[in-house]
Design a protein around this ligand. Structure first.
Ligand SMILES: CC(C)(COP(=O)(O)OP(=O)(O)OC[C@H]1O[C@@H](n2cnc3c(N)ncnc32)[C@H](O)[C@@H]1OP(=O)(O)O)[C@@H](O)C(=O)NCCC(=O)NCCS
Length: 224
C-alpha cells in the first residue's frame, strides 16, 4: 500500500542533497561526533553530501534507495553487503573518537546485508514509508542471496528500535561504548538481525501452529 503511495526507487546522483539530510537524521550525530574530534566547528551534512555524490563507497548514492511523494524525496535507506565495512576500515588509521566507537564498528555480521542508514522526513512518519523502504532493502538482500539483514542502532533510539522490532528484527549483539561528553548516546549500540525469509518463515510457523492445534482439537473430540 505505502509502496504504491510512496514509490521506492534507486537513488540518482541528483538526489545527494536530500540523501545527506536524511543520512544526518539517521546517523544520530555519530559522524558529527567523529568530525568534531578533528575540527570543533565541523558539520556532518556536507560530508554526507560529498560521500553520497561519489559513485563508489558505502555512502554512495549507488547504495541508496529513496521513497518519493510526487517529485519530493521523503525517505532514504543506505544498504550494502556488510563485509564492505571491513574493507572500508582495513588499514585505516583511526582517530581517537573512531577508536572509542571501535566496538560498534567491529560488531558486524559479514555474511549479512547491512542496513547502514534509514530515515523518513518527520512530516511523513508513521505512514508506512520506513516499512516500504525496509521491504525494498530486504528484497535487495534476497535478490543478492544474503541470508539476513543486519543493522546498528543506538540503544537509546527507542523509536527506531520499536520500528525494527515491529519489522521482525531481533538483537544479535551489544557493543559497550565508553561515555564521552560529546557523544549524545548512552547504553551502547545494538546489532539487530532479521532473516531475509522472515515473512515466509513466520507464515509457515503460524500455519503449522494452526494445523497442530486443529489436530489436537480433533484428537480431543475423537477421544471424548
Ligand atoms: C525509524 C523510522 C525510519 C521509521 O519510519 P516510519 O516511516 O515512520 O515507519 P513506518 O510508518 O513504516 O512504521 C512501521 C511500524 O513500525 C513501528 N514504529 C514506527 N515508528 C515508531 C515509533 N516512533 N514508535 C513506536 N513504533 C514505531 C510501528 O509498529 C509502525 O506501524 P504503525 O504505524 O502501523 O503502528 C523514522 O522514525 C525515522 O526516520 N527516525 C529518525 C531516523 C532514525 O532514527 N533512523 C534509524 C537509525 S538506526
Amino acid at each position: 500500500m505505502a509502496q504504491r503511495r510512496f514509490p521506492i526507487r534507486r537513488a540518482a546522483s541528483r538526489d545527494t542533497r536530500l540523501i545527506a539530510k536524511l543520512a544526518n537524521m539517521a546517523g544520530g550525530d555519530t559522524l558529527a561526533f567523529i568530525l568534531r574530534g578533528i575540527d570543533s566547528t565541523a558539520e556532518a551534512t556536507p560530508t554526507y553530501r560529498q560521500m553520497a555524490a561519489e559513485p563508489t563507497g558505502i555512502y554512495s548514492y549507488q547504495n541508496c534507495l529513496v521513497a518519493a511523494s510526487g517529485s519530493r524525496i521523503v525517505g532514504m535507506a543506505n544498504a550494502f553487503p556488510a563485509r564492505l565495512i571491513e574493507r572500508e576500515i582495513a588499514g585505516a588509521v583511526l582517530t581517537e573518537r573512531e577508536e572509542l566507537l571501535r566496538p560498534r564498528t567491529e560488531l558486524n555480521d559479514p555474511t549479512s546485508f547491512l542496513l547502514n542508514n534509514i530515515a523518513v522526513l518527520r512530516s511523513h512518519r508513521r505512514l508506512g514509508v520506513g516499512a516500504a523502504l525496509l521491504a525494498a532493502v530486504v528484497n535487495e538482500a534476497k535478490q543478492q542471496s544474503f541470508p539476513s539483514v543486519t543493522l546498528h542502532v543506538w540503544a537509546d533510539n527507542t523509536e527506531a528500535i520499536a520500528f525494527y522490532l515491529a519489522a521482525g528484527f531481533k538483537e544479535l549483539g551489544h557493543a559497550e561504548i565508553p561515555w564521552h561528553p560529546d557523544l549524545p548516546h548512552t547504553g551502547g549500540s545494538l546489532l539487530m538481525t532479521r532473516p531475509v525469509g522472515f515473512e515466509r518463515d513466520e507464515s509457515v510457523r503460524r500455519r503449522l501452529a494452526t494445523v497442530s492445534q486443529d489436530s489436537a482439537d480433533e484428537r480431543a473430540s475423537t477421544s471424548a
